[in-house]
Design a protein around this ligand. Structure first.
Ligand code: A3P
Length: 283
């Protein structure tokens, strides 16, 4: 594989690095997007469990809705494609709150924000970068971690993303979930999502949703999903092997040196000084 430089694959928009597969024309036009009141946003910083959450939501809606690729991904035609969908739209996005198209905010669209502890997110993203030809080549974990801490990776700073959404944590139309809580007690989270979306779901249906969204089940279905062009949650690869890697909590311990961990902790405490929500992050 040829070495891809940052410049070929990444460009900046409003100070945030985006892959060049998100056209600047699209990014500049996001505020013209005509949201519908029943749109549901699936919000995440990359590698936080977006596919997992999408799988759950699709089952709750018994697949009677359309799951799109992230709104910020593609060229200007993207807005037209979304406009032409007649069914309810489940729209993923990695945008921070400030960049979210105004119309979603004005129409009070529901948004579910999934948060994963940033150490595991960084590790997951490192592996994703390493194996993905659409992202700059980064061979060493140390190099990646430096970029991650500077916010010099796709979608920018994990910290800024988190803080922008935290400001809205008490809005009625926003539900905040933690990846680690889902690992601990998935039925509880599925129930919560159902209530938030106004979907009645029995205990046996909850069990079924959990079974079909377990890591092993989703990973086993890789081949089927790879063949399905409608499975587009991940804008940068159709290779699901890059998505379903380990699916565990705490893989950061296999990557961080004690010195890196100390640096990370210092930065975390500093950036999260005034954050209440950060206290709920577990490792
Ligand atoms: P790892 O790389 O740590 O394995 P996203 O969907 O936002 O790209 O996030 C991908 C991460 O979520 C990957 O983490 C992936 O393994 C994990 N993941 C995907 N499906 C999962 C599931 N059903 N249960 C637990 N983790 C899952």
């Amino acid at each position: 594989m040829s070495t891809q430089s940052q410049a070929d694959l990444i460009h900046m928009f409003k100070g945030i690095p985006f892959t060049t597969r998100s056209s600047l024309e699209l990014l500049k036009s996001l505020d013209t997007f005509d949201a519908r009141e029943d749109d549901v946003l699936l919000v995440s910083y990359p590698k936080s469990g977006t596919h997992w959450l999408a799988q759950i939501i699709m089952q709750l809606y018994t697949n009677q809705v359309t799951l799109t690729s992230p709104i910020e991904f593609g060229d200007i035609l993207k807005l037209e494609e979304l406009k032409n969908l007649s069914s309810r739209r489940i729209i993923p996005t990695h945008l921070d709150y400030n960049m979210l198209p105004m119309n979603f905010k004005n129409k009070g669209c529901k948004a579910i924000y999934i948060i994963r502890n940033p150490k595991d997110t960084a590790v997951s993203m490192y592996h994703y970068y390493k194996d993905n030809p659409y992202l700059p080549t980064i061979d060493k974990w140390t190099t990646f971690l430096e970029l991650f801490l500077k916010g010099d990776v796709v979608c920018g700073s994990w910290f800024d993303h988190f803080l922008s959404w935290e400001k809205h944590r008490n809005d009625d139309n926003i539900l905040i979930l933690f990846y680690e809580d889902m690992k601990k007690d998935l039925p509880k989270t599925v129930k919560k999502i159902g209530m938030f979306l106004g979907i009645n779901i029995s205990d046996s249906e909850i069990r079924e949703v959990c079974k079909k969204s377990s890591f092993s089940e989703m990973k086993t279905n890789i081949e089927k999903e790879n063949a399905d062009p409608n499975h587009t949650v991940c804008a940068l690869t159709s290779d699901k092997k890059l998505i379903f890697r380990k699916g565990t909590v705490g893989d950061w311990k296999n990557h961080f040196t004690p010195k890196q961990n100390k640096l990370f902790e210092e930065m975390f405490s500093n950036k999260m000084k005034y954050s209440d929500l950060a206290k709920s992050i577990t490792y």
